[in-house]
Design a protein around this ligand. Structure first.
Ligand code: GLN
Length: 556
């Protein structure tokens, strides 16, 4: 039977509960255990697919096609393993399941109630997740913070599980300790209140992770210990650090995995942090300011609420760029480019030459599309390494059709339904979805097999003929235009084996011009960067070398 570690948040959100959960999972994996991680989100959306990235951050997609919270991406990156659909749930999904079950008379005439039936359904799913992974440990991150109305039923699920399986369930509270400027010292009171909130829910944290701008000192550890009813060794210092990948190391400094194992009464199989330590050392060296940079521009549109949101909206793309750059021992430097600024603006296009590579990532709708197309054209004719991801690939197809193939009215039907040359269009089944407004969870989602064409860049990058990659889109390359575009020089280097759909396009005679209908960024991990990102960065490094003397001069 799996053991469960619930991770909840105190004081406020956005303090790194997801990466804390992922880090604990990694620590236990490095100790030789089988680990999986689950996320429970309090909102009523059945999944994350219908949410705007500016409000909620990136929508991550699992191998088995669930549109979920970006924290699942963190678990995959830290654990280096796929997280299946069982591991993600929302209030909406749980209620939907319970109500469906009630409609099927599965409660045998009982009155179906919020308690216990909702927590019971949560526990059923957590058990399923544990069994599927054959896990020794299941991490369970509860979205939101303790004391709010919205996630109370999930804490209740934890309480009931602990009652049913004493000794097999622990609670970790990730709390925040502010250091107000005027006061000049770290304050523990909000954390005391967070623990009191947990107490009223019938729970007591076994570990408190103390997030703050600075490390926790001994007097504060003691204070938290006394006021929060917890041993000082169970209060883990978690100051702000440069990279999230350093968190497992930091936790281990306060012996977190040892404390957890001690509480469960089990012995570690291995010493902690082998592979991860090696990776973090390499990353630290690469991130030093004196290490040569690889400068990557990402053309986005989710600029509404400033940089903070932006980096959340494209988190997997950013991490994939970093993984591949560190792989070469180089320093990633990412800059955000607002697509709309390139619409009818040749002078800003010229400035793109300063980049070693440009990415046009996934997206939806018409805003910024002409700007993205202008950027893609500039990359194509100026030999700037270009990587198009999903919408980026579709728009690269539109650009190529318009300017290299003279199909002047080429477009995606997502933006121009009546285009004379609909080079990107919908599959018949998607037309039905759109017409009947069946829009939740109905895109082409999850992993599909793609066959690579020998001799192409994509084939060389992977070194094999078949790959499997994750999708999330409603529109596709229109096969009716394939011959015409190929005659003009477009290379179709990857094709879906079952339906002959175009999955990868590239160009010959260009340092790197590749577009993928799938999202390779979802499969990149720090210990295993994605082959296409590696080749993209390799091309970027080559380009950066061409400018090396100029850059050195500028530094002096
Ligand atoms: N909007 C495009 C589609 O639905 C691309 C989606 C994406 O980039 N994820 O096909």
């Amino acid at each position: 039977m799996a053991r469960f570690i619930f991770v909840c948040g105190g004081v406020m959100s956005g303090i790194g509960k997801g990466v804390s959960t992922a880090s604990i999972a990694r620590l236990l994996k490095e100790r030789g255990f089988r680990v999986t991680a689950c996320k429970i989100d309090p909102y009523l959306n059945v999944d994350a697919g219908t949410m705007n990235p500016t409000e909620h951050g990136e929508v991550f997609v699992t191998e088995d096609g669930v549109e979920c919270d970006q924290d699942i991406g963190n678990y995959e990156r830290f654990l280096g393993q796929d997280i299946p659909r069982e591991n993600y749930m929302t209030t909406g999904l749980i209620y939907q399941t319970v109500i469906e079950r009630e409609r099927n008379l599965e409660y045998e005439g009982k009155c179906v109630e919020v308690i216990p039936h909702i927590p019971e359904e949560v526990i059923r799913r957590l058990d399923r997740a544990g069994k599927k992974a054959k896990a020794d440990f299941v991490l369970v991150e509860i979205g939101g913070t303790v004391g709010e109305y919205q996630n109370a039923l999930f804490l209740e699920a934890g309480r009931i599980l602990r009652l049913q399986r004493p000794g097999d369930v622990l609670f970790v509270l990730v709390s925040y300790l502010p250091v107000p400027k005027l006061v000049g010292e770290m304050k523990t009171k909000p954390t005391q209140y967070a623990v009191r909130s947990m107490n009223t829910a019938g729970l007591q944290p076994d570990i408190i992770i103390a997030r703050s701008v600075v490390p926790l000192d001994e007097p504060r550890k003691k204070k938290i210990s006394i006021f929060c009813n917890i041993a000082p060794e169970d209060v883990i210092s978690a100051p702000d650090i440069k990279s999230i990948y350093e968190i497992p190391l930091n936790f281990e400094r306060d012996h977190l995995s040892e404390r957890l194992l001690l509480k469960f009464g089990i012995k570690a199989k291995k010493r902690s942090l082998g592979e991860w330590d090696v990776f973090v050392k390499k990353m630290r060296r690469a991130n030093k300011p004196e290490t040569p940079a690889v400068r990557i521009g990402i053309v986005g549109k989710y600029f509404g609420t400033g940089n903070f949101v932006l980096s959340d909206s494209y988190i997997s793309v950013i991490e994939a760029v970093k993984h591949a750059t560190w792989h070469f021992g180089k320093r990633p430097e990412i800059e955000w480019l607002n697509a709309e600024e390139y619409e009818g603006n040749p002078s800003s296009l010229k400035l793109l030459k300063r980049f070693d590579g440009i990415i046009v990532p996934g997206g939806f709708g018409s805003r910024g599309v002409e700007g993205k197309i202008a950027v893609i054209r500039f990359c194509r004719v100026s030999n700037i390494p270009f990587f198009g991801l999903c919408y980026g690939m579709q728009l690269a197809t539109v650009e190529f059709a318009r300017h290299a193939c003279r199909l002047r009215d080429a477009h995606t039907t997502e933006v121009k339904g009546a285009a004379a040359h609909p080079v990107i269009h919908t599959l018949p089944e998607q037309l039905v979805n759109i017409k009947e407004r069946r829009l939740g969870g109905s895109m082409r989602l999850g992993a599909y097999t793609c066959a690579l064409k020998p001799g192409t860049k994509s084939y060389k990058a992977h070194g094999s003929a078949l790959i499997s990659e994750r999708h999330r889109h409603r529109y596709e390359f229109n096969g009716d235009f394939r011959d015409q575009l190929e005659t003009c020089g477009l290379i179709v280097s990857g094709v879906n084996t079952e339906r002959n759909l175009v999955e990868i396009i590239e160009l010959r005679g260009h340092p790197f011009f590749v577009g993928t209908q799938f999202h390779p960024e979802f499969k990149s991990r720090p210990l295993a960067p994605h082959p296409l990102f590696i080749e993209f960065i390799r091309a970027g490094i080559k380009k950066s070398r061409m400018h090396a003397p100029e850059k050195a001069g500028a530094r002096r």
